[in-house]
Design a protein around this ligand. Structure first.
Ligand SMILES: [Zn+2]
Length: 129
């Protein structure tokens, strides 16, 4: 018989696995649909709670884009995002693109940025509508 603590940690592990296995920056609803394949009894509330706990602990990232939807990112390395205005897909962008900006800002103004978050919006050449 599974104890409650074990059940909670199993749910949490499963949710974390799902978020880390995708690059789509999923919403809680999407994670919920995926998690039901493994844990049919899981509730949407449990998924929300675990996603927020994991984000609060810095194990995953919580993102809010212009559409107001909350999304989750299993990639916690510093990076930026590109949102396709055609499909709404969100792509990871390497942090190297902000380093030049950080250097230029410092040269010009003396502001020494340690964090820089950039959201790009536009179209992607290789993308089908
Ligand atoms: Zn990302």
């Amino acid at each position: 018989m599974e104890k409650a603590g074990q059940r909670y940690s199993r749910q949490r592990e499963e949710i974390l696995k799902i978020v880390r296995a995708t690059k789509t920056h999923p919403t809680a609803d999407w994670v919920y649909e995926q998690s039901r394949h493994k844990i049919p009894s899981i509730s949407l509330g449990t998924v929300y709670r675990n996603l927020n706990l994991l984000a609060d602990e810095g194990i995953i990232r919580r993102l809010v884009f212009e559409d107001g939807k909350v999304r989750f990112d299993g990639n916690v390395d510093e990076h930026h995002h590109f949102v396709s205005t055609k499909t709404g897909k969100i792509y990871d962008i390497d942090k190297k693109y902000s380093q030049e900006l950080i250097d230029k800002l410092y040269q010009d103004t003396g502001f020494k940025a340690t964090v820089c978050k950039i959201e790009f919006f536009g179209e992607v050449d290789s993308e089908e509508a």
